[in-house]
Ligand binder design. Structure first.
Ligand SMILES: Nc1ncnc2c1ncn2[C@@H]1O[C@H](COP(=O)(O)OP(=O)(O)OP(=O)(O)O)[C@@H](O)[C@H]1O
Length: 324
């Protein structure tokens, strides 16, 4: 990593520290993530790096997914070099609130959601589940376009082995009901639920479900969107927390419409589709993009979306080698 001169710190999370850095060979500004070795032995660190790099490599070339430039290890650390994008959506929303600018308009929210769903659809088409979508893991570039970052918890879906996944994925406020109920057989729906939470946050200017504990989280979800016949979902009985009294309690119908009275019917169709409690009734990212909210509105992002379409055609191709 001696090719990179470390500049200021950009952010820090559970998995590592991210710095702005300069490529000494080209002068280009990049973002460099140092994975924190604490609590991880050497083998675990390499495995974590390998998984994040594998998912990022598969997703290379999509305008809404952060681009990996290099990766490597030294004796004690693992590094990832990515394109430098800009502040996180969480930072941008905090700044807007601080300036009293309020939430995004519906037109802006649609533009941003189109980009996020386009990135998610591409990622899911490749079999990658992100598993930690939230405003902190979305970056905003200098033109106000979004890129999904932090593939530290992402993994390839393994439909053929049927091996269980880890249940404790996704930051609590964005965690899908099936995860809160302990599912280990989930799918990309955990990402689209999180995108529904992000859409609500763009429109409201505040998190939709700021739960304090896992059970408080589940209670807030059921109280807001109803259970959506969750208990009739065929996979429900296999959920480790299916017996929770929270699932049996009688709930009023969804309050979501009341919470977003100004949202158009077409916008609400997408929001409620992403926030369907039952995973088998939840919109996929690709389906969401086919709803009238998107198809009936002109997109000022034609060039950008065309780029996403070209990406879909490339899927299955061989990614360029990473130079460390
Ligand atoms: N490519 C990038 N360009 C600019 N800033 C970035 C980039 N990647 C990450 N950051 C900044 O660093 C922060 C932390 O990055 P990242 O989420 O990858 O780390 P993490 O340790 O996995 O975090 P967490 O534990 O919160 O998931 C981001 O929220 C963002 O502010």
């Amino acid at each position: 990593m001696e090719n990179y001169e470390r500049l200021e710190k950009l952010g820090e999370g559970a998995a590592g520290v991210v710095y702005k850095a300069r490529d000494r060979r080209t002068g280009a500004i990049v973002a460099m993530k140092r994975l924190r070795p604490a609590g991880r032995d050497d083998g675990q660190l390499s495995e974590d790096l390998g998984r994040e790099v594998g998912c990022l490599m598969a997703c290379r070339g999509h305008p809404s997914l952060v681009e990996i430039r290099a990766a490597g290890r030294d004796a004690s650390n693992a590094f990832l070099v990515m394109e430098y994008v800009g502040p996180s959506l969480a930072q941008v929303m905090r700044e807007r609130a601080g300036l009293g600018r309020g939430p995004f308009t519906e037109a802006d929210a649609r533009r941003l959601m189109r980009q996020l769903l386009d990135g998610a659809a591409a990622m899911h088409g490749l079999g990658v589940m992100h598993r930690d979508l939230k405003p902190d893991n979305v970056l905003v570039d200098a033109h106000g376009n979004l890129k999904i970052c932090d593939f530290g918890l992402s993994r390839f879906a393994a439909p053929t082995t049927g091996a269980p996944y880890t249940a404790s994925m996704v930051t609590r406020w964005y965690r899908a009901p099936e995860l809160l109920l302990g599912s280990r057989e989930y799918d990309a729906g955990v990402d689209t639920w999180a995108l529904g939470c992000i859409m609500a946050e763009l429109l409201a200017g505040a998190p939709l479900f700021p739960g304090r504990t896992e059970m408080d989280q589940l209670n807030r979800v059921f109280d807001t969107v109803g259970t959506g016949d969750m208990t009739d979902w065929p996979a429900f009985v296999r959920l480790p927390r299916a017996g929770s009294p929270l699932c049996q309690r009688k709930r009023p119908p969804s309050r979501l419409r009341e919470m977003f009275p100004a949202l158009s019917a077409a916008g609400f169709d997408v929001l409620s589709g992403l926030l369907a409690c039952r995973p088998d009734r939840r919109l996929t990212a690709a389906d969401a993009l086919r709803r009238p909210w998107f198809t009936d509105a002109e997109s000022p992002d034609q060039a950008r979306n065309a780029c996403g379409a070209r990406f879909s055609e490339r899927v299955g191709g061989v990614a360029d080698a990473i130079v460390v």
